[in-house]
Every structure is written in structure tokens, then in C-alpha cells.
Write a protein that binds this ligand. Structure first.
Ligand code: G4P
Length: 522
């Protein structure tokens, strides 16, 4: 017998949702199915403390938990699932965007009473940008919910995404009786989820008997309509990101969760190939390659330890192997890679494409780095998003300016903030997507580097990466605005604009210059 192909078995995904839609609850229940019960408790512990600013800081001090829950690996039904966690607080959405570069699919959780909310839409757009297929889970059916047709219609209209319901809810709120599996004519009852009821169709008397008498006919007509009128599931359209299969349930009641996990096993793609600058890399290639999408720093100020999260893109990563860090050309011994197999917390010694491995290091690795077995591959695709807040960093003790520069560089390499160094030599500017990132920066500069800084409003509001096909044109532009040009961490030129109006004006004036609000690393 041939061993099952480890790549085909893998499903690497994230959950995207608006806060409170039920992401934590669903994560916990998915882990229960995967047998990772101990870990499920930790997810809850983290969630309970998540909301407020001070609580968040507290959590970051207990980074052990964050590290463990950054990746949750579990096995179910012959598949290995890697669930990549994303921060709950929207101020850390940059971290979420980067994490989404390391998944092959995403579960979009929607509150059945609220429908599509702001954060869901934003995260969805990031998935679309990267053609990530989405499975939709409409949650909280045990509460009063909106009409399912309405919800599907909203997904189609606001996200321009076709929907294909896989299950259909039988009522909602106190009358929620279960779901109807539209493909197999099977009813799963809330009160007996593990004993599916085979029916002849929506009008089967066995189904009628489950429903509240006054609404039975309406619900059955709806199921009939859903079965007859709605699009069937089209796998190709799903894989291309044009269509989402939709499941209904209640994470809190652990209902519909098995349908979801089965849907992921059945539909969600195994690890995809990746585009490197020079060629396409297939996940089944024998040589190991991977890229860093996230850095987690430990808070111990005496040891500047970091864990770099590497998504394996091809081959097999084995404990003890030597990997080439393509950016520097140096070799790195992977002596203590951390594998996140939650099931029984056993230590794994190897990871395959789709898996995520934590590599402890002292600042060698940065976001966007590629590791290989020797080849000079550079993966494109861990993006930076133009920051929404810019601040000038001031330090009163001028003697420590050099140290500050180094510290800011490190923070930028970890993805805590973006760093822009103005060409005119004035104070460094940091950029963030959410204000909390600034608090983290100030706290960490003080705790880890002994640097007390002040963040001042800058005269700039926006930053855009500038490029031009003709280098002379870029040169001319840079010379025209010596005080508004900076370089980012990688030395790429950035135009700092005082306002949106200013930016528009320059865009019109310089048609050959591209002003980008997203930049891929490297
Ligand atoms: P999030 O991570 O997306 O922010 O959501 P989380 O799972 O923390 O859920 C938010 C709230 O919604 C929680 O209630 C949770 O219990 C509830 N919830 C999640 N799924 C369901 C569901 O299927 N049905 C119902 N009725 N409620 C659900 P909370 O009161 O805010 O927190 P807690 O005290 O229960 O932890």
C-alpha cells in the first residue's frame, strides 16, 4: 500500500469574521472535533481577556499562549488541518493580512442576525486579492436570524460572490430544528446531530414532524425553493474565488461544525503552488522551501528572542536541517523548529507543504524572508499595506539616536510598525494601520531597549510606494520633492503626502509615476 500523500491531506486555513460573530467559539469547536481539547480551553482563556486595551497588553505579556494559538494543527477524517489564528483586535489587521498570505482557504463566519459587517468585508477583500477560496459559515441560528435568502442575497450583492448553499436552516431562534443537507436529502437535527435522518425530500412527513406546526409549510417551501432555484456547488468557481459554499449552524451548540469541517475536507484545496520571482514552485517538489509571514517576539527584554513563523511551501522541513536564508545568502541551522501538532502535543520532527513551523532566532529572520535548500528563490506575496496613521518618532536624548534607529529597524522587521526614513535626514516616521500598534511600539521600545520616545503628529497623512518604468522619471520626481521622499525598510522609495488632496494632485501631475498603496515584500 502506498502511503497517503502528505500534501494532498493538508488543509491550511484561517477564519475571517467581524468581532463577535463567533470566531473563537467556532475555533474551539473545530479543535474539539480534531481532538485538541486542551488547546480549546486556551482559546477561550485568550478570548475572555481579549477586548480592552489593557487586557490586550496583558495577553501580549503572556506570549506563550499567543504562540501556541497562532497555529492550531489537528487531524480529522484523514486530513491534517492547520488553522492559522488572526488577531481579534482590528488594530492588528496588518498581522491578519500577512497571515492570509499563508493560507490556502478561509472560513468566513457571519452572524445570522447581522449579515455582512464591516470587518468581514475588509478581510474578504484581502482574500479576493489573493484568490483565496472561501467557505461561509452562517452562525448563531439558535438565535433569531435573518431570512436565509436575504443573507445569501447580501453576500452576493455586497461581496460580488456567488453562493451555493450546502445546508439549509430549518427555522431559527427558539424554533431552530436543524439543517437540511441539500445535496443528500438528509436532515440533521439540533437535538440529535449525530443521528442524521434520511428523507425523501423537503415534504417528507418525518421532516414536517420536526418543525413548529405553524411554520412547517413555510420552512419546507423554502427548502424546496433553495434546492430548486439556487446554484449548485461548482468546485472550479469556488477554487477561483467566485463562489462560496454556505453552511448554517450554531457554533455555541456545536451544531453544523461537523458539516463545516467535512466541507473543508471535501472542497478546500490542499497546499497550492507558489510563484517565486524566478519560477513556479510546486508543493510536491522534493526540496524544502518556505517563507516567513509572521514574527512573534518574546517579551523577555534580556533575550531578544523571536519566533519566525514559516509556511512550508514545498518539500519537507526536518529538524536539524540547514536552510539557506536567501536574502543574506547565509545558512541557518534549523535546530529547534517548533511544530504545532495540537492533537496530543507530541513533538513532530518534520513538516510538509502547508504546515507552519516556528523558528526561534535572534533577529536573523524577518517578514517576507525565504528559506530554501540552496536555491535562490524569492517568494513574492507577503504584502505591506499603506499605513493609515503616520507619526514622527522623537527622542529627547540625541546621544541615543543611533540606538533608536536600530530598534525601529528591528520593530519594522517584526512587522510591529512600518518604518520610513526621510531622505532629508529628519526624524524617522513610523506608519501603522491601527493605533494600538503605536502603543505596542512605545511600550516595547521602553521595555526592551530602554528608549523613551515621543510620537508626534507628522505633517504627512499618507504614504505611497512610488515607482516608474523609467528610472529617470522617478529620479526627477524625487528631486522635485526632497522633503517628502523617504525610504522604507527595504530601501524602496516612498512618497509622503500631506493629504489625500495633495496625493491626487501629484498623481495627476506625474502620470508616469505609480503611487502604490500595497507593496509586496522583497
Ligand atoms: P469572536 O471570536 O468572533 O469575537 O466571537 P466569540 O466566539 O467570542 O463569540 C461572541 C459571542 O457570541 C460570545 O458570547 C459567544 O458565546 C456567542 N456565540 C458564538 N457563537 C454562538 C452561537 O452559535 N449562538 C449563540 N447564541 N451565541 C454564540 P459572549 O456572551 O459575548 O461571550 P461568552 O461570555 O459567552 O464567552
Amino acid at each position: 500500500m502506498t502511503a497517503p500523500d502528505p500534501v494532498s491531506r493538508r488543509r491550511t486555513f484561517a477564519i475571517i469574521s467581524h468581532p463577535d460573530a463567533g470566531k473563537t467559539t467556532l475555533t474551539e469547536k473545530l479543535l474539539l472535533f480534531g481532538g485538541a481539547i486542551a488547546l480549546a480551553g486556551e482559546v477561550r482563556a485568550k478570548a475572555n481577556r481579549r477586548q480592552t486595551r489593557s487586557d490586550w497588553m496583558g495577553i501580549e505579556r503572556e506570549r506563550g499562549i499567543s504562540v501556541v494559538t497562532s497555529v492550531m494543527t489537528f487531524e480529522y477524517g484523514g486530513c491534517v488541518f492547520n488553522l492559522l489564528d488572526t488577531p481579534g483586535h482590528e488594530d492588528f489587521s496588518e498581522d491578519t493580512y500577512r497571515t492570509l498570505t499563508a493560507v490556502d482557504s478561509a472560513v468566513m463566519v457571519i452572524d445570522a442576525a447581522k449579515g455582512i459587517e464591516a470587518r468581514t468585508r475588509k478581510l474578504f477583500e484581502v482574500c479576493r486579492l489573493r484568490d483565496i477560496p472561501i467557505v461561509t459559515f452562517i452562525n448563531k441560528l439558535d438565535r433569531e436570524s435573518r431570512d436565509p435568502f436575504d443573507l445569501l442575497d447580501e453576500i452576493e450583492k455586497t461581496l460580488a460572490l456567488d453562493t451555493a448553499p450546502i445546508t439549509w436552516p430549518l427555522g431559527s431562534g427558539r424554533d431552530f430544528a436543524g439543517v437540511y443537507d441539500l445535496r443528500h436529502d438528509v436532515v440533521r437535527r439540533l437535538e440529535a446531530a449525530d443521528a442524521p435522518l434520511k428523507v425523501t425530500g423537503p415534504n417528507d412527513p418525518a421532516l414536517t414532524a420536526l418543525l413548529p406546526p405553524l411554520e412547517a409549510q413555510t420552512i419546507q417551501d423554502q427548502v424546496e425553493l433553495a434546492r430548486a432555484a439556487l446554484k449548485p456547488f461548482d468546485k472550479q468557481a469556488f477554487l477561483e474565488g467566485h463562489l462560496t459554499p454556505v453552511l448554517f449552524g450554531s457554533a455555541l451548540r456545536t451544531f453544523g461544525v461537523r458539516d463545516l469541517i467535512d466541507a473543508l475536507a471535501e472542497f478546500a484545496p490542499p497546499p497550492r503552488g507558489l510563484e517565486a520571482a524566478s519560477r513556479h514552485v510546486d508543493p510536491r517538489e522534493s526540496k524544502m522551501s518556505g517563507f516567513v509571514f509572521k514574527i512573534q517576539a518574546n517579551m523577555d527584554p534580556n533575550h531578544r528572542d523571536r519566533i519566525a513563523f514559516v509556511r512550508v511551501s514545498s518539500g519537507k522541513l526536518v529538524r536539524g536541517m540547514k536552510a539557506k536564508l536567501v536574502r543574506t545568502g547565509k545558512n541557518l541551522a534549523l535546530n529547534a523548529p517548533q511544530f504545532f501538532f495540537a492533537q496530543d502535543r507530541h513533538v513532530a520532527d518534520e513538516a510538509y507543504a502547508g504546515d507552519v513551523v516556528g523558528i526561534p532566532n535572534h533577529g536573523t529572520l524577518r517578514i517576507g524572508d525565504t528559506l530554501t535548500e540552496g536555491e535562490d528563490l524569492v517568494f513574492r506575496g507577503v504584502p505591506s499595506f499603506a499605513p493609515e496613521i503616520l507619526r514622527r518618532v522623537k527622542i529627547s536624548d540625541a546621544m541615543r539616536a543611533k540606538k533608536l534607529r536600530e530598534a525601529l529597524q528591528q520593530m519594522a522587521e517584526e512587522g510591529v510598525v512600518q518604518l520610513f526614513l526621510p531622505n532629508d535626514g529628519s526624524n524617522a516616521i513610523v506608519g501603522v494601520v491601527g493605533a494600538l500598534q503605536l502603543d505596542v511600539l512605545v511600550e516595547r521600545l521602553a521595555a526592551e531597549y530602554g528608549l523613551v520616545v515621543a510620537l508626534e503628529t507628522s505633517r504627512f497623512e499618507l504614504a505611497r510606494w512610488v515607482s516608474a518604468e523609467n528610472p529617470a522619471e522617478l529620479e526627477k520626481f524625487s528631486r522635485a520633492y526632497p522633503t517628502s521622499i523617504a525610504v522604507d525598510l527595504d530601501g524602496a522609495p516612498v512618497y509622503l503626502a500631506a493629504s489625500a488632496w495633495d496625493l491626487r494632485y501629484e498623481q495627476e501631475k506625474w502620470p508616469e509615476i505609480t503611487f502604490a498603496d500595497i507593496k509586496d515584500y522583497q
